[in-house]
Write a protein that binds this ligand. Structure first.
Ligand code: ADE
Length: 299
């Protein structure tokens, strides 16, 4: 998958991509990310990317032409977009993919999803991340100032997204949030291949609590059940916590899913504990505790 990020602060974006799982995914060629400086596409000598609004009022508005040129460059669609720009006619990209059927780059006859980050956009969520992670080419346009010339929204993008109901100073952080959420879903990006399925939201359920060594810190202990080695019970305990925490913290998510009969019973019942009738579980638990107390390995 390829992601292009169009920004007036390319260094801010590049720096954030140079770490952790995203960097690893880039280095391993699981994803290609390019950061494009919008100023490079400004046609004037001063590399202007914003201007005062028609009709007056404060603030600056991002100009349509540099954005159109940048997108055209990235989709290999320079001639078509140039024609669209000069005729000021429509043919918008909003319904589906923008890009090229007949590309000016022979190897770029693909379609791109072109996303503007804007607080007025649709809310970005895990379902969107999963959908966009399947795309071959995503272009993220970082909005700025008072907004972008509305002709960008009308004619040049396919989607407009917000990462939450608050206003940031620019679209770079939202673009990075989107890149992060999508990159970790690329096959091989995470160490544990199954991890994305266990995530919060994977099934519209939040994650269960995690613990690691030491078993006791400052008198705070790890739940015994996680040390008992009884995996079926541990899974029930985890599921019980997912159900309870989703119900308590995100009633909207909880209401959006139908519980299976098994989940319903688990949810209504008490927190699963170490099965008292399972001698092995008790023995495992004692062994694990002793082992950690003596040699520090108890997981
Ligand atoms: N730009 C400024 N605020 C934003 C937000 N909440 N989401 C996406 N883009 C933005």
């Amino acid at each position: 998958m390829r992601i292009d990020i169009i920004s007036v602060f390319p260094e801010m974006v590049r720096e954030a991509l140079a770490h952790s799982i995203v960097k690893r995914a880039i280095d391993a060629d699981l994803i290609t990310i390019r950061v494009i400086n919008l100023r490079d596409f400004a046609p004037d000598r001063h590399k202007t990317t914003d201007d005062v609004p028609y009709g007056g009022g404060g603030g600056m508005v991002m100009k349509v032409e540099p954005i159109a040129r940048a997108i055209a460059h990235l989709t290999g669609n320079a001639e078509t977009i140039a024609a669209t720009c000069s005729s000021e006619s429509g043919g918008g990209a909003r319904d589906g993919h923008a890009g090229v059927e007949e590309s000016s780059h022979p190897d770029e006859s693909h379609q791109a999803r072109i996303v503007l980050t804007d607080p007025r956009g649709e809310r970005f969520d895990q379902a969107t991340a999963r959908k966009w992670a399947q795309e071959s080419h995503l272009i993220l346009l970082c909005g700025h100032y008072e907004g972008v010339d509305d002709r960008v929204r009308q004619h040049l993008i396919t989607d407009e997204v917000s990462i939450g109901d608050y206003v940031l100073t620019g679209g770079e952080l939202p673009a990075l949030v989107i890149v992060d959420a999508i990159t970790r879903l690329q096959p091989g990006a995470l160490g544990d291949a199954e991890a994305p399925d266990k995530d919060s939201f994977a099934e519209n359920l939040l994650e269960y609590p995690h613990y690691t060594r030491p078993r006791e810190f400052s008198g705070w202990t790890v739940p015994d059940i996680l040390l008992c080695g009884h995996h079926a019970e541990i899974n029930r305990w985890r599921r019980w916590h997912q159900l309870q925490s989703t119900h308590a913290r995100r009633p909207d998510l909880f209401a959006s899913r139908e519980l299976s009969a098994e989940d319903e019973k688990l949810f209504r019942g008490p927190e699963p504990t170490v099965p008292i009738d399972t001698k092995t579980a008790r023995r495992n638990l004692e062994q694990k505790k002793n082992q950690e107390d003596t040699d520090g390995t108890g997981i």
